[in-house]
Design a protein around this ligand. Structure first.
Ligand SMILES: C[S@@+](CC[C@H](N)C(=O)[O-])C[C@H]1O[C@@H](n2cnc3c(N)ncnc32)[C@H](O)[C@@H]1O
Ligand code: SF4
Length: 349
């Protein structure tokens, strides 16, 4: 009898041990993006309507619950975590979440803890982010013209964002600039933005507008294919294709004149789904297996149902078994409507 005991406990340990996440198309899920809030201090024209209704605060996961949820994914093999939103740096107490998650960096389970921000609060938080092990961040800047910046973000102040980027660089953070390409709005600036970013040692990536959520603006009016952006940049710069990939949708080129790296995220003109390694959770604990599909799984209920993570692991496994092969965004004259009703600020960019 005594001999059986260790065997039983070993079997039990194996049964409850979190299994790595592999979807039905044999893609290992190692990258989690977490929208820590749906709120934001900007109202970018392609992302939100001017008068957004936000989730009641009571629906949000607490910071402790977000930590537990992220930690469950890390136990199941996620090694890269990106905090996003809404604007992650406007969530009250966000630094305590970053600090607690940094234990997974120290343990080696997490290779990277990063965030995507509009930069408005970066001056305040850059040093603290760095001190908690964040090495790289993405900052969204669509234009270097203060008036245009105000028009695109509706509420934003470019000088604050630029001061935030200065603070981030001074703190030793690597910064990548994300810029959404908007027809007739910032298309005359791309060459100068590349010169500015590379002149400061920043990578820059252009993003095509994705049809997510009603914003009160027509997608057809906003949509500018990046093939056109690239062709125009090629008139000013020598662009060399590289096979650098980050497991994500960006394709990179080197700009010979600046020596810098330039990325293109083209969800509409290229399909990048076959190498997708990521899933997203919202601030209410809903897991989206694909940015471009509606199918989702509620993780808040299993999270709150018990202090043990077993139900949570089971819910995550079940959801990953439903991860679709890819998305099917379309913007054309017959489809000038959001492909999905939810906004990017819900699932995070
Ligand atoms: C939703 S934001 C969240 C993080 C932060 N507030 C920011 O702006 O960086 C993440 C990224 O998604 C991009 N984005 C938002 N709505 C988009 C849309 N409809 N199409 C393409 N990119 C979008 C933003 O420009 C930003 O780079
Ligand atoms: S893109 Fe980012 S900064 Fe702009 S409204 Fe959306 S969440 Fe806010």
């Amino acid at each position: 009898m005594a001999l059986l005991e260790p065997i039983q406990s070993d079997v039990f340990a194996r049964a409850t041990e979190p299994r790595p996440l592999v979807d039905p198309f044999a893609r290992a899920i190692t990258y989690l993006r977490v929208s820590v809030t749906d709120r934001c201090d900007f109202r970018c024209v392609y992302c939100m309507s001017e008068h957004m209704t936000f989730l009641p605060k009571a629906d949000l996961l607490t910071l402790e619950e977000l930590d537990r949820l992220c930690s469950a994914f890390i136990a199941k093999g996620v090694n890269k975590l990106r905090l996003t939103g809404g604007e992650p740096l406007v969530r009250r107490g966000i630094m305590s979440l970053v600090e607690s998650l940094s234990r997974h960096l120290q343990s080696g389970a997490l290779k990277e803890l990063t965030l995507t921000t509009n930069g408005s609060q970066l001056e305040k938080y850059a040093r603290e982010l760095k001190s908690h092990g964040v090495e790289r961040i993405n900052v969204s800047v669509d234009t270097l013209d203060p008036d245009k910046f105000r028009a695109i973000t509706r509420w934003g102040d470019l000088s604050k964002v630029l001061a935030g980027i200065d603070a981030a660089q001074a703190a030793g953070l690597k910064v990548k600039i994300n810029a959404v390409a908007l027809k007739g709005v910032n298309e005359d600036e791309f060459g100068d933005m590349v010169a500015w970013a590379h002149g400061r040692g920043l990578d820059i990536t252009f993003i095509e507008v994705m049809p997510l959520g009603e914003t009160g603006e027509s997608r057809l009016d906003q949509y500018l294919p990046l093939s056109l952006v690239r062709a125009r940049l090629a008139e000013r710069y020598t662009l060399t294709d590289t096979d650098e990939r980050t497991g994500g949708p960006a394709r990179y080129v080197r700009v010979q004149e600046t020596g810098g790296r330039l990325g293109f995220i083209t969800p509409l003109t290229h399909n990048f789904c076959e190498s997708c390694n990521r899933v997203r959770i919202t601030c209410t604990g809903t897991l989206y297996m694909c940015l471009g599909q509606n199918d989702a799984a509620d993780l808040r209920a299993p999270l709150r149902a018990s202090e043990s993570d077993d139900a949570l692991y089971a819910a995550i496994d079940e959801a990953i078994s439903r991860k679709p092969k890819g998305h099917d965004f379309i913007i054309d004259r017959r489809h000038d409507r959001p492909a999905l009703s939810r906004h990017m600020s819900v699932t995070g960019g």
